[in-house]
Design a protein around this ligand. Structure first.
Ligand SMILES: [Zn+2]
Length: 333
């Protein structure tokens, strides 16, 4: 009924950053190709729909990227505090719409890989993806992207991924990434905080302090968007639990994502991802325990919608529809 998968990237035990003479600091790339795809929307998201952040002039790029209030600016602030050198790769995003075309996906991923390969030396990648990307040929575009990055850069290359709270996370991306974390809050008030957390995990990986292993548990449910407000029950106590667990020094991150329900894909739905320092049993146990907390709220997230005919006759359906749309607009991508 419930799925639980544990992944380890064993080469990290022996991983040491390759430092060149030009800089003693680890050099970490920033990348990201973000899209929240509605698979029921027939209007495809094309290459022209994606906006790329400037990557030139090189010495001003990070200053410009640091002005945003998101995970990328969190990476930059965290890296500055932790002594990481940053390399701006490719950061691109498109507004939510139908699935991404194969052409757009392949072009952007190839561009990201080309940019990363052109760096003199890289010790890791911080990847800011929304996490609910559907591509024409790939039901989980984010997982396919990380699979390709892993294939190019090898099993020992640290890839720390940050996702939106509305990510639909698959076991594949948990297998291929080194660590994956999502925003804890909806509305998304902790984007920068999560970016800083990702930078911290990356710094600990490249300095050899930690060896992340992670597990995902997905309760067999859909968490309707009207119940995804994290400041109140039923989600608030579960988000609080994720913060409490992160006080354990063996636990690097605990993410509870609500999922994005407008996508008819296998990974649709809420997820719990737990990243530990080389403790797969702890990661699996806590991921399942927090997923069980989500599952236990199932009776509290039932929507009693009127049938279409009586609903439209008395105006209730229309009011309710507007309430749903209004709530959906509480989150930004
Ligand atoms: Zn969101």
């Amino acid at each position: 009924m419930r799925t639980l998968v544990v992944f380890m990237l064993t080469p990290f035990l022996f991983f040491a950053p390759a430092l060149s003479a030009e800089s003693a600091r680890p050099r970490i790339a920033i990348g990201g190709i973000s899209h929240e795809s509605n698979s029921f929307n027939p209007s495809k998201t094309k290459l022209a729909d994606f906006r790329r952040r400037n990557t030139e002039p090189f010495d001003q790029v990070l200053l410009e990227w640091a002005k945003s209030n998101d995970e990328v600016s969190g990476y930059i602030e965290g890296a500055g505090r932790l002594g990481l050198e940053l390399y701006p790769g490719l950061v691109a995003a498109a507004d939510p719409k139908g699935p991404v075309t194969d052409e757009a996906f392949n072009t952007l991923v190839e561009e990201l890989i080309r940019r990363l390969r052109s760096a003199p030396r890289l010790d890791g990648l911080l990847l800011a993806n929304h996490g609910a990307m559907v591509v024409e040929s790939y039901p989980h575009g984010d997982a396919e992207m990380v699979r390709r990055l892993r294939q190019v850069f090898g099993p020992a290359f640290p890839i720390v991924v940050t996702h939106d709270f509305h990510a639909n996370i698959s076991p594949e991306i948990v297998k291929d990434s080194t660590a994956l974390i999502t925003y804890k809050e909806n509305p998304h008030i902790d984007t920068k905080e999560r970016g800083m957390q990702a930078a911290r995990i990356m710094a600990e990986i490249v300095s050899g302090k930690v060896k992340p292993v992670q597990a995902i548990a997905k309760p067999p449910m859909m968490y309707n968007i009207v119940f995804q407000y994290t400041q109140v029950a039923p989600l608030r106590p579960i988000v609080d639990e994720s913060r409490l667990l992160e006080k354990n020094p063996k636990i690097l991150a605990v993410s509870v994502s609500g999922g994005y329900q407008y996508a008819d894909v296998p990974a649709m739905g809420p997820s719990v991802v737990v990243v530990t320092d080389n403790d797969p049993v702890l990661a699996a146990r806590e991921a399942q325990r927090v997923a069980d907390m989500l599952w236990a709220t199932r009776d509290k997230i039932v929507l009693n919608l009127p049938d279409a005919a009586p609903g439209s006759a008395n105006g209730h359906g229309r009011q309710h529809w507007w309430r749903l749309v209004g709530r959906q607009h509480l989150h930004f991508g």
